[in-house]
Design a protein around this ligand. Structure first.
Ligand code: HEM
Length: 330
């Protein structure tokens, strides 16, 4: 199986130099990031510290001819690729409320017939909650309980937020957007920017979104009151019993001047797009657990067809996911 090892993940994400010596910038280490989660949540040893509530599902992915043209990565070879999927609910609570104005998650592991593996984790918001790994970590640290008071220090949080307004953007988007009515009726955004090498040898920056073929449907204010707090798993099981749930994978390409390294800034809607594949979800687990549990859905390069951009928030992810996975499975 041509899976990258953790050490390769560290190297690919620019963490190897950092772990071996002085970082060029004060980038947090993956351990510091996971310690940041644990400062807020306490030690997390049984579940993931982000999107702990979730449901395993399975299906397949097939690239379109346009996808094969735009990426020489094995996943885009046009053959049917097996997928292990995890639908999630954001936050730190394994009993999170499915009706909350938080993000929903879509983790996907692609496994080609030849044994190539590629993972990704997507969210139902077009933007992330922090512009840099440093601000992500600081945002966690200021929310840790103050040892003297036993609770987070509201003044410190307010001062941090005032100095880092970008950390409020995702929350503002979520506050203005009703939650998805189903895991099957929301777009899921990759948020970070990647590089795709096409059959023509050209390398193009792109972001992706999985568009629901069922259309976008959101809860009404009335449903946010009346539905059970755990409605999502039953809803998608019933939906899949009627037929597969499908998403189109769509690439969006930037115009000159669009930000390539800050995931709190979405690109304008009118940027060129290409449908590069179809994800088909054919089954969902009957209960908790399953093959998605021991996967952390960390995105690595799939050279030469897909590579990480210079977005530091993307580069910080894989190694942090690896540390998180190792702590919750060892
Ligand atoms: C500094 C940047 C980030 C850090 C440090 C970070 C950290 C983490 C960690 C530690 C986990 C749990 C991994 C595990 O134990 O398996 C996780 C899960 C997740 N993250 Fe991130 N993340 C970052 C950025 C993002 C972004 C930009 C997105 C949006 C595309 C995202 C979406 C998700 C999702 C959907 C999951 C849950 C996946 C699942 O269902 O297993 N994260 N993240």
């Amino acid at each position: 199986m041509q899976r990258h090892s953790i050490s390769l993940a560290l190297a690919a994400c620019g963490f190897a130099a950092m772990l071996g010596g002085m970082p060029a910038q004060a980038e947090p280490t993956p351990e510091e990031i996971i310690n940041g989660f644990e400062g807020v949540l306490g030690p997390v040893r049984t579940h993931r510290p982000s999107h702990p509530k979730g449901l395993c599902a399975a299906g397949h992915f097939t690239a379109t001819a346009e996808g094969t043209r735009l990426s020489v990565a094995p996943v885009f070879n046009g053959q049917r690729v097996t997928t292990i999927i995890r639908f999630g609910v954001a936050g730190a609570n394994p009993q999170a409320d499915d009706r909350a104005r938080s993000t929903r998650g879509l983790g996907i592991r692609f496994e080609t017939a030849a044994g190539d593996v590629w993972d990704m984790a997507n969210i139902s918001a077009p933007i992330f909650g922090a512009p840099t790994p440093q601000s992500f970590l600081e945002n966690l640290r200021v929310r840790a309980p103050d040892p003297a008071a036993g609770r987070p220090n509201a003044e410190r949080i307010a001062a941090f937020v005032a100095a880092n307004p970008a950390v409020t953007l995702q929350g503002a988007w979520l506050a203005a957007t009703l939650p998805p009515a189903s895991w099957a009726t929301t777009p899921y955004f990759g948020v970070n920017t990647f590089r795709f090498r096409g059959q023509d040898g050209q390398v193009r920056h792109a972001r992706w979104v999985f568009e629901p073929r069922a259309g976008v449907a959101r809860l009404t204010a009335e449903q946010m009151q009346s539905l059970p707090r755990d409605f999502l798993a039953d809803e998608i099981r019933q939906r899949i019993a009627q037929g597969p749930v499908e998403f189109d994978m769509v690439l969006q390409f930037p115009a000159a001047g669009d930000d390539l390294t800050n995931p709190t800034i979405a690109w304008p809607e009118d940027r060129p797009r290409a449908v590069v594949g179809r994800l088909t979800v054919t089954s969902a687990a009957a209960g908790p657990g399953g093959p998605c549990d021991p996967i952390s859905f960390m995105t690595l390069d799939q050279e030469p067809g897909i590579s990480l951009s210079d977005d530091p928030t993307l580069q910080a992810r894989a190694a942090a996911y690896a540390v998180s996975l190792s702590r919750r499975t060892n």
